[in-house]
Design a protein around this ligand. Structure first.
Ligand code: SF4
Length: 337
């Protein structure tokens, strides 16, 4: 089973160092992604989702973001052990990323077809001729549902949804094994969102790609993912299959809170139940369980001891409620490097 994992993130710690503060963005995250599967990475803004993704690509801001501890294993190889020059053969070709806003991902003064061709030229290990690259650009446009003749047009001539299709064509041009999609449809309206997501799912199947789908929308997760990791204050606080999350009865209190804040269209005049309080300041994280200031179930131990991952048949929950004897002190689950 282990061999089937395309990506494994082991005990990852990421910090940002600014003049005024040290920001603890990712605090001992563990993740696994099987080949050809989609993992949903869920959480509020500031939970550490994008920092985790940027660490996989080793694209943390230079001299500001640092991986302090942990390892990222991609297809059996440690990405963190690679030299920067070797990392170039992974980025864009074996691992690619789709960003949130297509307007900032595309170059406004270069025709869209040229932008797809550039990726193919950069990773042209097969020595394709100009004509062959041109043919592949046409194929990519066809794959994402844009007529090939539009490749000569500029980004401003496309609607938001069509621009995101171009971004997806760029991301998939080299047939990567892993695509990280960071809130890929947040900038689009709901109808276009559904079209783009269903197209991404279809392409993923056709090309055999694995995907990490970063989102704060549990509806998107339910429809598109095989496994789910819920992040809070830089930690993965719940991890399981889509069935564990949406059909299981046992959840982390934070995940329970997320479900409580989703409107139910079948319940008349239902009031939403937002989670009290705010995500903690990542430069001043609370002791013990990082969710304890907001948790309706907190116990004395929660304020002192970081909970361990409790394994409920592969469904992992980081919470003292699942300790066999939750009044006892336990060793800290994660140790800051
Ligand atoms: Fe709540 Fe304690 Fe569980 Fe944290 S460990 S989520 S504070 S019950």
């Amino acid at each position: 089973m282990t061999d089937n994992f395309l990506l494994q993130i082991n005990d990852l710690w990421v910090e940002y160092e600014t003049e005024d503060a040290r920001v603890y963005a990712v605090n001992g995250a563990n993740l696994k992604l099987e080949r050809r599967q989609t993992l949903g990475l869920v959480g509020e803004t500031g939970a550490g989702k994008t920092s985790t993704a940027m660490s996989v690509l080793r694209l943390l801001p230079k001299n500001l973001g640092f991986i302090r501890k942990g390892d990222i294993i991609f297809d059996g190889e440690s990405l963190l052990a690679l030299k920067e020059i070797d990392m170039l053969t992974y980025r864009g070709s074996r691992i690619s990323m789709i960003f949130q806003d297509p307007m900032t991902s595309l170059n406004p003064v270069i025709p869209v077809g040229r932008q797809v061709a550039e990726v193919l030229e950069l990773h042209n290990s097969e020595g394709l001729s100009g004509e062959e690259i041109d043919k592949q650009v046409d194929d990519m446009f066809e794959l994402v549902g844009i007529p090939a003749w539009r490749k000569h047009e500029y980004p401003h001539q496309f609607s938001g949804g069509m621009k995101q299709r171009v971004v997806i064509a760029i991301a998939l041009a080299c047939r990567p094994e892993l695509v990280i999609a960071d809130e890929p449809t947040t900038a689009l309206d709901v109808t276009i969102q559904a079209q783009v997501l269903s197209m991404m799912a279809e392409l993923k199947e056709r090309l055999g790609t694995s995907m990490i789908l970063i989102t704060h929308d549990l509806g998107i997760v339910a429809q598109n993912c095989d496994t789910v990791a819920v992040m809070y204050a830089g930690e993965i606080i719940e991890y399981g299959t889509i069935q564990d999350l949406f059909e299981g009865e046992r959840h982390h209190p934070y995940t329970e809170g997320l479900f409580g804040s989703i409107p139910d269209i079948y319940v008349e005049s239902e009031r939403l139940h937002p989670i009290d309080g705010l995500m903690p300041d990542p430069s001043d994280l609370p002791e013990g369980c990082k969710f304890h200031p907001r948790c309706p179930y907190r116990m004395p131990i929660c304020e002192r001891v970081i909970p361990c991952d409790h394994d409920l048949d592969g469904h992992l929950i980081k919470c003292h409620l699942f300790n066999e004897d939750n009044q006892n002190d336990l060793p800290a689950a994660n140790t800051r490097p």
